[in-house]
Design a protein around this ligand. Structure first.
Ligand code: NAP
Length: 387
C-alpha cells in the first residue's frame, strides 16, 4: 500500500518497502528535551549499528520518510507540518520497514497504550516514558503478552533513575531468585533537587523553577510535586522485583497541598507554589535544628505482611544515607534474601536531559544490536543519518 509522505507532499508518494540494511527508528516526542538530545546522539554517529530515522512525531504533527530523515533537517520539517488530524500515525508505524524500533520520548499515556499493538507486530519499543511500565494491570499484562507472543522487546531502563543501573539490576536479581524484604529510595530527581535547594535556603517555588530550568522536571511539574512520578517509579521497581502492584496500591503524600497542584498550565502552577514557600522555609528550619533533613522517600516493606508501598516527604537523620545525596541524586537501598547481611546500595544523578538521553540511546543500541545479523553490521559502519 502506498501512503503519502507528508514531508514531500506534492512531490511524490512513497511506500514502505524495506530500505537497505539498517535498523529503522520511529521517534515520538522528537521535538521534546530528551527527543532532541537523542537525535543529536544519533547524528553524532556513535555506535556500531546502522540506525535510520524513518519517522518522527510530536503532539502536533508527524513525518515519515522511507529513505531516512536527517535529524536537524527533520525537526524543521516537523515544525512546518501543522496537521496532526486524519491519518493515525500509530497505525502508519505498523507499515514501516523492519527491523523497526519505536522510541517513545513523550510522557503520554495515550502513546503507551499503543505498545501492545506495536510489540505484537514485532516492533521493539525503547522509552523513558513511565506510563507503559507503570500502567494498570490490563495494559501491563497486554504489554507483557505482546512481547512474549512476538519476541519484540520493551526497553525502559531510564524510567527509573535515568541512566543509573537500577532497573535491570533488580530484574536480574529477581530472575536469579532474589526476594525483596524491604527497600527505601529517593526516586524523584526533581524532588531531590528541590528539597536540596530548600535546605540551602531557596524558596520552594524558586527551587521548583530552577529544577524546571535545569531540565529535571516532568513536562508538567505537578506530576513530580504530587508524588505521582515517584509512585510510578516505585511501581516499576517493585514489578522488576516480581511484585504484582499498581499505582493505586501506593500510598502517596504530595510535597505540597494538593489544591496548589490543580493548575493545568505549568506557568500558573509555578506561581501558585509561592503559597507553600513559608511552610517549607519553616520545615527546613526545624529539621536543621534537629540535625534532620527532608527527603521525598519511597519505601516498601513486606517483612511482616503482603507489603506496604509509600511515597512521602519525610524527615530523616542527617547522617542517614538518603540524607547525604547531592541535589538531583537518586538512591536505592535494598534489603533482600541475597542482600541480607548488608543492603545493596545504588546512588547517583537520577535525572537530567543528557543522562536520560544517553540511557535511552544505550537502550536503543542494545535493541538495535538484536537485529545485527539481519542488518549485517559486521562492518564498522556507524550510524546512518541522511544529511
Ligand atoms: N527530563 C528528565 O530528567 C527525565 C528523566 C527520566 C525520564 N524522563 C522522561 O522522558 C520523557 C520525555 O521527557 P522530556 O523532558 O523530553 O519532555 P518534553 O520536553 O515535554 O517532551 C515531550 C515530547 O513528547 C511530545 N508529545 C507529547 N504528547 C504526545 C503525543 N500524544 N503524541 C506524540 N508526541 C507527544 C511533545 O510534543 P510537543 O513538542 O508538540 O509538545 C514533546 O515533543 C518523559 O516521559 C519523561 O518522564 C525525563
Amino acid at each position: 500500500m502506498k501512503i503519502e509522505d507528508k514531508s514531500r507532499r506534492g512531490e511524490t508518494n512513497v511506500g514502505f518497502d524495506a530500505p537497505a540494511a539498517a535498523v529503522n527508528i520511529a521517534l515520538i516526542g522528537a521535538s521534546g528535551r530528551i527527543g532532541r538530545r537523542l537525535l543529536e546522539l544519533v547524528a553524532a554517529r556513535i555506535g556500531a549499528v546502522r540506525l535510520r530515522v524513518v519517522a518522527m512525531a510530536n503532539s502536533r504533527s508527524w513525518l515519515i520518510a522511507r529513505d531516512g530523515l536527517g535529524p536537524q533537517q527533520a525537526l524543521v520539517r516537523l515544525a512546518a507540518e501543522a496537521d496532526a488530524s486524519g491519518t493515525d500515525f500509530a497505525d502508519l508505524l505498523l507499515r514501516l520497514p523492519r527491523p523497526l524500533v519505536v522510541v517513545d520520548c513523550s510522557a503520554s499515556a495515550e502513546i503507551a497504550a499503543r505498545y501492545p499493538r506495536w510489540l505484537g507486530a514485532g516492533i521493539d519499543v525503547v522509552t523513558p516514558n513511565k506510563f507503559g511500565s507503570s500502567a494498570n494491570r490490563p495494559l501491563a499484562q497486554a504489554i507483557a503478552a505482546a512481547q512474549a507472543a512476538s519476541g519484540a522487546v520493551l526497553r525502559d531502563a531510564t524510567t527509573v533513575g535515568a541512566q543509573l543501573p537500577i532497573l535491570y539490576t533488580l530484574r536480574d536479581l529477581h530472575a536469579a531468585g532474589d526476594r525483596v524484604e524491604r527497600l527505601e529510595a529517593v526516586l524523584s530527581g526533581t524532588l531531590s533537587y528541590v528539597l536540596g535547594g530548600v535546605h540551602r535556603g531557596a524558596a520552594l517555588s524558586q527551587a521548583v523553577r530552577d529544577a524546571v530550568a535545569q531540565g529535571y522536571a516532568e513536562p508538567h511539574p505537578a506530576c513530580d510535586l504530587s508524588g505521582e512520578d515517584a509512585a510510578r517509579k516505585l511501581v516499576i521497581l517493585l514489578r522488576a522485583l516480581g511484585h504484582d502492584i499498581e499505582l493505586g496500591d501506593v500510598e502517596r503524600v504530595p510535597l505540597v497541598d494538593a489544591a496548589l497542584l490543580d493548575a493545568a498550565d505549568p506557568a500558573h502552577l509555578l506561581r501558585s507554589l509561592e503559597g507553600a514557600d513559608e511552610t517549607w522555609r519553616a520545615r527546613a528550619a526545624v529539621a536543621q535544628a534537629r540535625r534532620e533533613r527532608w527527603v521525598y522517600r519511597a519505601s516498601f516493606d513486606c517483612t511482616s505482611g503482603p507489603g506496604r508501598a509509600r511515597v512521602a516527604p519525610e524527615r530523616i537523620a542527617i547522617d542517614h544515607p538518603l540524607a547525604q545525596l547531592t541535589p538531583c541524586e537518586n538512591a536505592l537501598i535494598l534489603h533482600s534474601a541475597y542482600y541480607h547481611a548488608a543492603p545493596l546500595r545504588i546512588a547517583g544523578p537520577g535525572a537530567g536531559i543528557d543522562l536520560t538521553a544517553a540511557g535511552v540511546f544505550a537502550d536503543l543500541l542494545a535493541t538495535a544490536q538484536r537485529h545485527a545479523p539481519a542488518v549485517g553490521v559486521a562492518d564498522t559502519a556507524l550510524v546512518e543519518a541522511a544529511a
